[in-house]
Design a protein around this ligand. Sequence first.
Ligand code: SPD
Length: 279
Amino acid sequence: MSLWSEENHEGLMKIALKTKAKCFEGVSEFQKVEIVETEALGRALLLDGVWMTAEGDEKTYHEMISHPALTTAPRIKRVLIIGGGDGGTAREVLRHPEVECVDLVELDAMVVEACRKYLPSIGSAWGDPRLHVHIADGIRWVKNYQGAPYDVILVDGPDPIGPAEGLFARDFYESCAKALSPEGVFVTQSESPNMMRELHLKILAELKGCFKKVLPYYKGVVIYPGGEWSWTYASQSVDPMYINLERASRISKDTYIYNEMVHRGAFAVPNHIRKVLER
Ligand code: SPD
């Protein structure tokens, strides 16, 4: 096999990792699913040739998509994860003892099966009885949702290509806003603020049409284009700076990067984004 596995980002940039072996390759109804063993970051998942997660790099992403919401939402009993088929986000969410029920809605069964088998350290919470995995379309799930409101919704999807495109659309954000309790918190991964700046700004603009508070936050993720990554926090009433310190300090005992100061610092918005948001 080739000594390198690489993502070619729009013909502009390549992100390549030296590779020892291929653990899994399959083509599902939706995409090509690969798990490779890399020299630098352990096993890693690619979907359609795009890096999704790697054992040696995943903690920053999964802690940052989860804990800012989970340490600030007033209630965190009911959580919806859309995507997240590698199990890393569910693992972080389920570390909060107040969480009673997590619905994880992943489109592609092959992703869950391959990750359960080859990336067990990322998905270490699959056996938790509070976790309910649904192989289904997350966009339809929230559109048709009639159950008890969620306290937190986390969107851990890929880039907006193919079936994932709808995860970046106004309709989807509106459905999420309706499926949340009035004091609920929504977080989505919101792409690279530098290599995908226009897309990042579009996500913020669409969310602003659906939520009263919309705040992007940032941290580095080694395997994503541009190195710097973003998530966006949205709510009708909750402010991410009002941190439940008991929850934050409890969770911080075992996190890789997350703590109260990392949380606060991540919400510092670079000027080139801030200027657009203030317009
Ligand atoms: N450019 C890739 C963005 C992928 C974001 N989601 C990753 C899933 C990790 N659980």
